[in-house]
Design a protein around this ligand. Structure first.
Ligand SMILES: *Cc1c(COP(=O)(O)O)cnc(C)c1O
Length: 299
């Protein structure tokens, strides 16, 4: 995808250049890395003779939206196991679930307690008893096939960058980027969640060592949004015309610019930031912000 240069006084002052790879432009609604992660999984489901794809996610999940859309497009039935029984009564007000429903995804709403058991054999057996044989994708969609898809984010044109920055949820996207990176490139991951356990997970998918996590910019944890973050995202969009999402890419860009400010990047560094998408989540987040009386994200 297109690498777009960003011009900000902070960047020229610190003598670094910054480009954003616009993976968010892959599709207007289901953008970014979730498409990459689904590509080889859909091939596997198809060659395995499966008609149905079953997966898991929260109420605003980019992965649920992408699976519903890509599944329908490729002729699969899709089932979404959704966290939160309370959504059963009002899910049509949720923009992500409404979109997935319009792609014919069938939902199963489960309590937070049951949802935690989603990796247990008994839970999966019960789902198969209910829906028949399904191709099962893990929450967030990360497996070896997903990592292989994310290896296609970088291309030969990206060889000149010194640093490559990306968001981290499960770390599958980072692992793919690391696998595709050159030995002289440093890959920096910005976790959108709190906690240090992700490194072990990432090492399951890459043996290379030219990567690190910058863990200071989660803004309180997964899906947590502050007024400071909203103001940053709105301001960034006004200056660059590039929209960021509040769960992943907004926090990462805040982190990258913070590192620029602190002099982390040597003078002359060429930085590539991967915009992994997630923009479908903005209107759902605005509903939450409105309830909390926090300013909303500009659309
Ligand atoms: C899911 C997601 C990520 C995180 O990807 P992982 O492979 O789980 O680390 C990053 N950005 C966006 C926009 C996402 O939707």
């Amino acid at each position: 995808m297109l690498n777009q240069q960003v011009h900000l006084p902070l960047l020229s002052k610190n003598n670094v250049s910054l480009f954003i790879k616009r993976e968010d432009l892959l599709h207007p609604f289901v953008s970014g890395n979730k498409f990459r992660k689904l590509k080889y999984n859909l091939e596997d489901a198809s060659s395995g003779g499966f008609e149905t794809i079953l997966t898991f996610g929260g109420a605003y999940s980019n992965h649920i939206a992408a699976t519903a859309y890509a599944g329908k497009k490729n002729g699969f039935k899709t089932i979404g196991v959704i966290r939160g029984e309370e959504l059963q009564s009002n899910w049509l007000e949720n923009p992500t679930l409404k979109f997935a429903f319009e792609q014919d995804m069938q939902f199963k709403f489960v309590s937070r307690e049951s949802y935690r058991e989603k990796k247990q054999k008994g839970f999966l057996k019960a789902l198969e008893a209910e829906y028949g044989s399904c191709f099962i994708l893990p929450e967030g969609g990360t497996n070896f096939a997903a990592v292989k898809g994310c290896e296609e984010i970088l291309t030969g044109e990206d060889a000149g960058f010194d640093f490559i920055c990306c968001c981290v949820g499960t770390g599958g996207t980072l692992a793919g980027i690391v696998n595709a990176s050159l030995p002289n490139q440093q890959v920096l991951g910005f976790p959108a969640i709190r906690g240090g356990f992700i490194k072990e997970d990432i090492r399951k998918f890459t043996t290379k060592k030219n990567w690190d996590l910058k863990v200071e910019h989660h803004f309180g944890g997964y899906g947590k949004v502050t007024q400071q973050l909203v103001i940053f995202i709105n301001d960034f969009k006004e200056r660059t015309a590039i929209p960021l999402d509040p769960v992943y890419t907004g926090k990462m860009l805040f982190g990258v610019l913070d590192l620029v400010k602190s002099g982390f990047f040597p003078k002359g560094s060429k930085i590539l930031v991967i915009h992994s998408g997630g923009l479908q989540g903005i209107s759902g987040m605005n509903q939450v912000l409105k309830r909390k009386k926090i300013p909303q994200l500009d659309l």
